[in-house]
Design a protein around this ligand. Structure first.
Ligand SMILES: [Zn+2]
Ligand SMILES: [Zn+2]
Ligand SMILES: [Zn+2]
Length: 760
């Protein structure tokens, strides 16, 4: 008798969230399901991706295994859930339209992909005369192209992007609709026939790229529309042009980033290690800080105060085409006036940048939201070279950061400088792109629109708003007003506590730890300005166990810019008014303030100690932008490596800098070279951290705050601590500066809210 085994039919529902939209996930699922002859469907939802497959149980099992193995390269699955559901008799598989019906009331948590640099395949097409996209500057596919900058709403579908007004031509539509095509549902898919077009202002009959190249060669400044906003470009070898840009942009000193034509070019002109090369070539395509080699040909005016240059490679077809036409380094700085947000709209750029740019290269694909270039550097560590984010924007935002705690839905508004904001949904924190310093009206408008945008995109309603303790931060003032309007709690978090929570959050540190929070300034719980703090951090809060010996900042705000002021303060503390050293080294203005105590707040800031030492050693005199003097002092070290060190005397939880200052002045009198003085200062700080860590009884050390953007200090301290058996955590994914604060605020705000909730 023939014997047949009854094949059991099953239906499985799989839901995925994380980075699952806009990466070619649906066609992958489709190909797999049809290969296995399964029925069912796949669709995007507001939370991610949903799949139902139906068929023989062994094939379903195979589907699950294969799906895990064949995930698209750019995908990152956060949570995966599977449930069995009743079979419906389906035998064919289809891709359904996106479902936006569910979760109408809840927050959307589908991860939106950042903008991705042009892939190899698309690049090959652009430079292939036989290809229909030959020289087309808006070529993209499911693996590359704009995402976040063109997104109007979630889910990520063409009608929800700024490509919605471009009707696909027949060829593009065929690609867009073919499951096997690498442009299947590539939302910004386009070609010369149907897609966005270039425009040069003032108009020209010449080829746009040839025209712009000629302008660059003539020393002109060109505004070029990029992915997340306009760049101002000019030949980086041309001193006169760079000086002209500085004058027109009102930017006296801050280094400009450069775009280089190719990785080969970067290799020739900069010192480059494998990790740096990988970053430059990555899909995120950030600006990477590099040291130029001795035979570089950049104008010195590009980065006067720094030994490092910010370098990026072209990341859009438009930039690739421009760099092919003009294969030289160009300055590529944000298209804005100093202190204002980057321009994104054509008319806005023509109006705002007309006093700066001689020429405009733009196009008619709208940018939905500004996204500056990200900035990253690579630090040596015991685990090899690791990258550290200095500015998180294009290529990274708005990828969520996963934290260990389940968070309450809070909105965190960050600090005042280098502002970013964040919203917490479940175990994910969606940190905004870099917004900027909230000093100008324009940046405060941008701050408001980023918050509105995040809340709208993710349909997010905060249960509370979290801000800094500082009452004068524009973000704090906004948060107080908004929380009042919404009738929800306002949670204020101490600045350095938030810094540490951000670093612990991104590193998923659990339990107690020693927190080292060093930065320029943040309001302390005692009303003074902190910035050289050691905290014992625990779940319910922190204890300040050590700090830098405080000193006055004569003139308050003015002491942040003028480094002679903190320098005068240190000398006054050590020698009093009568010491000869005092009058030699600085003006009398500070002295009067110090003696009267008027407008001279106390501060334990390591950032200000850097300024004072930069001044006393002759490395720098002022901060025309935040951190400038510290950057000069670090840069002055050059390639000097030594274990020689000054000493910070640590007694009763206070680190005293007085002998450090005295020795430094003696070294200077002896004519010691600045590189060695700088190294001895940096080493003294690293040694102090190790001494406090030993005394603290902790094994885990978390280091955060703007001072830890200093590559030498961060690496040296980490290496010394690890050699002594400590587990060290530093920033990699979010900036150590105030750009990371919102992440820490979200974590702490949620925790404080939980505490409040449990008390009720
Ligand atoms: Zn591509
Ligand atoms: Zn087309
Ligand atoms: Zn800070």
């Amino acid at each position: 008798m023939p014997f047949t085994v009854a094949v059991r039919t099953e239906r499985l529902r799989v839901t995925l969230n994380g980075v699952v939209q806009g990466v070619g996930f649906r066609p992958t699922v489709y190909r797999l399901a049809t290969r296995l002859r399964l029925g069912g469907w796949v669709r995007n939802t507001s939370a991610g991706l949903e799949i139902e497959v139906e068929g023989a149980s062994d094939l379903i099992q195979e589907f699950v295994t294969e799906l895990r193995a064949e995930r698209p390269r750019a995908a990152a699955v956060g949570v995966e859930e599977m449930v069995r559901v009743a079979p419906s008799g389906a035998s064919s598989f289809e891709i359904l339209p996106s479902d936006d019906s569910q979760e109408k009331t809840g927050a959307k948590s589908a991860a939106v992909l950042p903008d991705l640099a042009t892939c190899e395949e698309c690049l090959a097409e652009i430079f292939d005369p036989a290809n229909r996209r030959y020289l087309y500057p808006f070529t993209n596919c499911t693996l590359c192209g704009p995402r976040y900058s063109i997104l109007i709403g979630i889910p990520y579908d063409r009608p929800n992007t700024t490509m919605r007004n471009f009707e696909l031509c027949r060829s593009c539509r065929r690609e867009y609709e073919s499951h096997g095509d690498r442009r299947f549902h590539a939302q910004p898919n386009a070609c010369a026939e149907c897609g966005p077009r270039l425009r040069v202002v003032p108009e020209t009959k010449e080829d746009p790229f040839a025209h712009v190249a000629r302008a660059l060669a003539e020393g002109k400044i060109v505004a070029v529309k990029g992915i997340g906003g306009f760049h101002l470009m000019l030949d980086a070898r041309d001193s006169v042009a760079v000086r002209r840009l500085r004058e027109r942009k009102h930017r006296d000193y801050k280094p400009f980033a450069m775009m280089m034509p190719s990785i080969e070019y970067v290799r020739r002109h900069c010192d480059l290690n494998a990790a740096e090369e990988e970053l430059l070539l990555s899909r995120a395509s950030p600006i990477v800080l590099l040291r130029p080699s001795s035979d570089n040909d950049f104008a010195p005016e590009v980065a006067q105060s720094s030994s490092c240059f910010g370098i990026m490679l072209p990341s859009s077809p438009l930039q690739h085409l421009l760099m092919r036409e003009y294969p030289f380094p160009v300055v590529a700085t944000s298209g804005n006036l100093s202190g204002e947000p980057i321009a994104i709209h054509n008319e806005e750029a023509l109006a705002r940048l007309s006093g700066i740019a001689d020429l405009f290269l733009m196009h008619d694909r709208p940018i939905e939201r500004p996204c500056d270039d990200s900035v990253v550097h690579v630090l040596p560590s015991r685990q090899g070279n690791r990258s550290q984010m200095l500015r998180r924007a294009r290529g990274y935002a708005p990828l969520p950061l996963s934290v260990t705690d389940e968070l309450r839905p809070v909105l965190a508004v960050g600090g005042h400088l280098k502002n970013t904001v964040a919203i917490a949904i479940g175990r994910q924190v969606f940190l905004s792109q870099h917004i900027g310093d909230l000093d100008s009206l324009e940046t405060r408008d941008a701050f408001q629109s980023v918050i509105d945008d995040l809340c709208r995109l993710y349909r997010f309603e905060p249960e509370a708003i979290v801000c800094d303790l500082h009452p004068d931060y524009a973000s704090t003032i906004w948060a107080q007003r908004r929380a009042g309007q919404l009738g929800i709690p306002l949670v204020q978090v101490q600045h350095h506590h938030a810094h540490l929570a951000a670093c612990a959050g991104e590193n998923r540190v659990s339990g107690d730890y020693l927190g080292v929070a060093w930065d320029g300034s943040g309001l302390g719980e005692d009303g003074t300005i902190w910035g050289g703090e050691f905290f014992h951090v625990h779940l319910s809060g922190f204890d300040r166990i050590a700090h830098l010996r405080p000193f006055s900042l004569p003139g308050g705000e003015a002491a942040m810019r003028d480094c002679s002021r903190p320098a005068a303060s240190l000398l006054w503390e050590i020698y009093g008014t009568g010491h000869a050293q005092f009058s030699e080294e600085n003006g009398a203005g500070s002295l009067a303030l110090l003696e009267s105590g008027v407008n001279s707040p106390q501060s334990s800031s390591v950032g200000r100690l850097f300024d004072a030492v930069a001044y006393l050693s002759g490395a720098a005199e002022e901060n025309l932008f935040e951190g400038q003097a510290a950057m000069c002092l670090e840069g002055a070290m050059g390639r000097m490596r030594t274990d020689a060190s000054y000493e910070i005397k640590h007694t009763d939880g206070v680190g005293d800098w007085s002998s450090l200052v005295e020795e430094l002045l003696a070294d200077k009198r002896r004519g010691m070279e600045l590189a060695l003085i700088s190294a001895k200062f940096h080493n003294a700080l690293a040694n102090w951290i190790v001494a406090v860590a030993r005394e603290s009884g902790h094994r885990k050390v978390v280091m955060s705050g703007g001072v830890f953007q200093n590559a030498y200090l961060t690496s040296r301290t980490s290496l010394l601590l690890e050699a002594s058996g400590f587990e060290v955590f530093t920033h990699h994914l979010v900036p150590a500066n105030d750009g990371g604060l919102a992440l820490g605020q979200a974590v702490l705000g949620s925790r404080i809210l939980e505490g409040v909730a449990s008390c009720v």
